[in-house]
Design a protein around this ligand. Structure first.
Ligand SMILES: C[S@@+](CC[C@H](N)C(=O)[O-])C[C@H]1O[C@@H](n2cnc3c(N)ncnc32)[C@H](O)[C@@H]1O
Length: 376
């Protein structure tokens, strides 16, 4: 049975990160399409037997981004005379009346060294916007979109042009293909995990605003400190915990307190009230979520938990499903409700999970409130 909230579309463009290449056949088998075409680097064009399956967690967590395709032009744009003008006229004819909040064009081969399609996408966007009625959001401000209002997303590559309208939230990203790519300068970066957090905070906006400036974060598994430095750069206060020291560059940050030791022995300050908890601990996911739960009492009601779920030895779809079930069930017993999950560009064998504290007060007794926290 088709979900009524899903736009009718004969086909869908889905993006599955390369890291899941080994389980793509199983994912596609479960979507049961009559046909399936690989496009670009990580895209598949298919007609799922039941499009609602794309939104079920067990498959949705592997699909970084999705789009109902309502207009496709499978052609060779490079050899096509007047491609930009013809494509722009078709987009206006089909979509202008539906008033998308903006028009965004991405690439089917985003990492390609060939800049031809990047330029073509920019020309097509420029020409289409000349013909379109004014849009509410400037194309260069993708994160200013209303996550729940429809956007006209287009993907372009040597295989042609594939377009559809859907909200960023239902697509699972503000940008065509996913979240904003965060480029890192190796000379300035403490660890690549910093980009993972920056990307997670962009992604979070699809669901809720990030914590306000000066909010207090508890960070578990902080060393060497890529994420810590991203939090501090955003004006947050951080209590960081790790068995290993942080990068010396962070040593004199006034908004940082550091506890060097195991998360299992860390005791929150007696008056602590965290706006958010961030966990990027490696090791068994079960132990990591247990540490988060033990320290979640000082999390304010509605507080945020960003949790990197390391998949460890789980590689098949059922194994990963079991791991998710275990972690989310444990989290639920501690009053943490999962509200979003995704695989980010900077995630490897791991997912980023977003929980919200369902607790309504801080009145529950704390067993972890001695003052052994050690400022550094
Ligand atoms: C992937 S690294 C974290 C990278 C870090 N988030 C960053 O931004 O640079 C994982 C870290 O978790 C820490 N860790 C794992 N288990 C821990 C535990 N039980 N208590 C404290 N730290 C732990 C490790 O020492 C390691 O530094």
């Amino acid at each position: 049975m088709k979900s009524p909230s899903l736009p009718a579309a004969p086909s869908w463009l889905i993006r599955i990160p390369e890291i899941f290449a080994g389980i793509v056949p199983e994912i596609i088998r479960r979507l049961d399409p009559p046909s399936c075409t690989k496009l670009g680097h990580e895209y598949w064009l298919l007609r799922p037997a039941d499009p609602a399956a794309l939104r079920r967690a067990e498959l949705a967590r592997f699909v970084r981004w999705n789009l109902p395709v309502q207009h496709s032009w499978p052609c060779g744009p490079r050899t096509m005379d007047g491609f930009v003008e013809k494509a722009a006229q078709a987009l206006v004819r089909k979509f202008a009346v539906r008033q998308p909040q903006t028009l965004l064009i991405g690439l089917l081969h985003p990492g390609s060294r060939d800049s031809y399609y990047k330029q073509l996408a920019s020309n097509l966007r420029g020409r289409t916007l000349q013909l379109f009625p004014p849009t509410a959001v400037a194309p260069h401000a993708a994160e200013a979109q209303d996550p729940n209002a429809p956007t006209l997303f287009c993907l372009l590559g040597k295989e042609g042009l594939f377009c559809g309208m859907q909200s960023p939230r239902h697509c699972n990203g503000f940008h065509p293909g996913g979240t904003r790519y965060i480029s890192q300068n190796p000379a300035e970066t403490i660890s690549r995990a910093g980009a993972k957090l920056a990307e997670a905070l962009h992604y979070l906006r699809l669901h809720r605003p990030p914590p306000p400036t000066h909010a207090h974060w508890l960070e578990l598994g902080a060393s060497p400190g890529g994420m810590t430095s991203e939090l501090l750069a955003r004006g947050y206060r951080v209590t960081a915990v790790d068995r290993v020291l942080l990068h010396p560059r962070l040593a004199h940050s006034p908004d940082l307190r550091f506890f060097c030791g195991d998360a299992a022995t860390f005791r929150a300050e007696p008056d602590a009230c965290y706006e958010a908890i961030l966990s990027d601990m490696n090791g068994a996911a079960r132990d990591a979520i247990a540490a988060v739960l033990r320290l979640a009492t000082p999390l304010r009601p509605g507080g945020l938990v960003i949790f990197t779920l390391k998949t460890g030895g789980a590689t098949t779809l059922p194994e990963i499903q079991r791991l998710f079930a275990t972690v989310t069930a444990l989290a639920a017993t501690g009053g943490l409700r999962l509200f979003a999950q995704t695989h980010l560009t900077y995630n490897r064998h791991e997912f980023t999970l977003f929980f919200e504290s369902a607790a309504t007060s801080h009145s529950s007794p704390r067993s972890d409130t001695s003052s052994s926290s050690q400022p550094r």
